[in-house]
Design a protein around this ligand. Structure first.
Ligand SMILES: [Zn+2]
Ligand SMILES: [Zn+2]
Length: 168
């Protein structure tokens, strides 16, 4: 079967609006196996040539058992997943690329606004994990921003912008 379902890990939910602002879907080709009893309808006609012989004509799946539901969301019916890819709708993709805020150091997605993020001295957003003194730079205790080491003042603690202020 061909399947299409919401890719939760690649979709983005807005808690305030209580809806998905960017939706991605998994499009996959899956083989499911399950057991279910169904009723098949046949018509039969008595043979004119030979007694006690009947000719069967298949009509279809009985209407009462036709509209059955099988929950495929749990993996217990899944036999094999042949192919699966995450697909974002074109409109959503466009919006996503224009609005997504990423950590300028590691590329992690921070969300869709730059209000609560840490920043480097250029005003570029950085994630919690990168907002530390590491090989890429240091956090100045004066301005709280991350700077590359070439922007470190003589004190070895503050950035060159904060250096003068704290020297006095
Ligand atoms: Zn980061
Ligand atoms: Zn500073």
């Amino acid at each position: 079967m061909q399947c299409k379902y919401l890719d939760v890990s690649n979709s983005y939910y807005d808690k305030e609006d209580d809806e998905y602002i960017v939706k991605s879907y998994i499009e996959s080709e899956e083989i499911h196996r399950f057991e279910h009893e169904i009723v098949l309808d046949f018509e039969y006609e008595a043979s004119e040539i030979q007694e006690e012989q009947y000719e069967l004509t298949f009509i279809g799946v009985d209407a009462d058992t036709y509209n059955m539901f099988v929950d495929l969301s749990e993996n217990d019916t899944l036999f094999d997943c042949i192919d699966a890819k995450s697909v974002m709708l074109e409109n959503d993709k466009h919006w996503f690329e224009n609005n997504v805020v990423r950590c300028s150091e590691c590329g992690k997605i921070l969300g869709f606004n730059d209000l609560d993020n840490y920043h480097d001295y250029n005003g570029e957003p950085i994630c919690d994990g990168c907002a530390v003194t590491n090989e890429n730079g240091f956090i100045c205790p004066g301005c709280g921003l991350k700077h590359p080491y070439e922007r470190m003042g003589n004190s070895g603690t503050y950035c060159i912008d904060c250096q003068e202020e704290y020297d006095d």
